[in-house]
Design a protein around this ligand. Structure first.
Ligand code: SF4
Ligand code: SF4
Length: 67
């Protein structure tokens, strides 16, 4: 079991983490952050393996993985 936290104020909504996730756990949020971007959102704790790929590809270090 793993938990993914996204710092939405660091996220620019580039979508790289979404493309990288092999389990389809991430999506773009309908909400906005303070920069006016739609940040990524983690929505599938059942599927997430905690592999860390999303965190590795994030250029803004916005993702933290907890196992
Ligand atoms: S840790 Fe792995 S499975 Fe979980 S959201 Fe990130 S890329 Fe997807
Ligand atoms: S890779 Fe990082 S900056 Fe890009 S959408 Fe994902 S969390 Fe946001």
């Amino acid at each position: 079991m793993a938990r993914v936290e996204i710092n939405i104020e660091l996220c620019k909504g580039c979508g790289l983490c979404i493309e990288a996730c092999p389990k389809g756990c991430l999506k773009i949020s309908s909400g906005f952050n303070r920069m006016g971007e739609h940040p990524a959102e983690w929505g599938s704790d059942e599927m997430c393996t905690g592999c860390g790929l999303c965190a590795v590809v994030c250029p803004d270090c916005a993702i933290s993985i907890y196992k």
